[in-house]
Design a protein around this ligand. Sequence first.
Ligand code: HAM
Length: 431
Amino acid sequence: MQYTSPKGTFDILPSVLQEDDQWKESARWQYLEEVMRKTAADYNFQEIRTPLFESTELFVRGVGDSSDIVNKEMYTFLDKADRSMTLRPEGTAPVIRAFLENKIYSKPGIYKFFYIGPMFRYERQQAGRYRQHHQFGAEAIGIGSPLQDVELIDMLCELYRRLGLKDLVVQINSVGDTSSRSAYKEALAQFLEPRFAELSEESKVRFKKNKLRILDSKDPGDQQLLEGAPVLSDYLTSEARSHFQEVLRGLDQLQIAYQIAPKLVRGLDYYHKTVFEITANVLGAHNAVGGGGRYDGLTAHLGGPDLPSIGFGSGIERLLQTLMKQGLPLKNALHPFAFFIPVGEKALQECFQMTSELRRCGIPTEIELGGKKIQNALQLAIQRHSTYALVVGDEELATNTVTLKHLSSRETTRCSFTSLLCTLKTLHAHG
Ligand code: HAM
């Protein structure tokens, strides 16, 4: 019996054989995470880590029961005490739960958080959709200013710029405040009611649960029906309209290009006013590398004080796939600097101790412990992209020396045991 990873999941591996799978290499993930952490720090977002599972009720109430996530995609199970638990399908509801539970709002501060981690959605299997995917997400809680929206979009765009992503499109819309949405839903209902029978089955359900989501339909028939439908932006209250104008003005000021997408509503029920999505054409059908929006009202809905908030989530798989398609070179892969090759038992003892000393000085060091013949061990050192091979055989033992072989220039020198540490420290410091 051979075990395989569950459908819709994958392993992140030290190296992969297939070119198409190179985005799964762990060094690429580490690089991305490093840039994400640095970008978050530059915008003063602090890390928050929440459990991978929460009570099911949190997502039903937080994300909303008209969303696809809650309706079709949750990994829900009963624990041994018959409590319904769900593997987190997204990060916003857990962050708000943690924020409220720990009463973070009672301490003065700027509440800006980021997270990096896996999310679980029982998706139909298709390219770009995984059952375990990973997100870099950020949430800014407590500030209703449109400039908070701009700051967040700016941070996401800056991350993409630092990564070197090209040809991205920022799509933005406003779904208005509660009264904008109820006025619009009524107008949309009046428009669609006589055409109800022609709607797709999914949109018929959305008609009953959340009419706004019909705008999101991928069905060409629905999209045709929607031609001539009332437009959301005509129903914004003056407050919602001026908030949106201020956001656009802020984006203009920071020279962030965007497209207004009048039908963008996003699939989670908590959105309020600004919504946005950033897409990459190279990805095909599921091309959103990131998306988010304002969700004023959620903190109160989850039992806390009413605090305006906004956030985004960006899919790490999709970012890496886009970067690969755009030719990202592999950065910061792990390579040893020194690779010890001991010949014989006595040499092994000496080299083992020197390996430990070099490592304690912060020099990445490997040692061949398997008793390989010297030529094979040298091959291994070359394969592992080590800078130096350090050979110790009988001759070296007799003179208390190590032979240092620079593996790309093939230059060879000798160095005494006592000066090895100092020599390698200098060589390592100089690159
Ligand atoms: P979302 O649009 O559902 O938003 O997910 C955010 C991003 O995660 C997407 O743009 C996409 O890049 C990636 N993603 C989502 N599902 C999958 C999947 N099955 N496979 C691969 N990648 C995927 C949220 O989750 C919100 N919590 C974002 C947010 C934060 N809004 C406000 N604050």
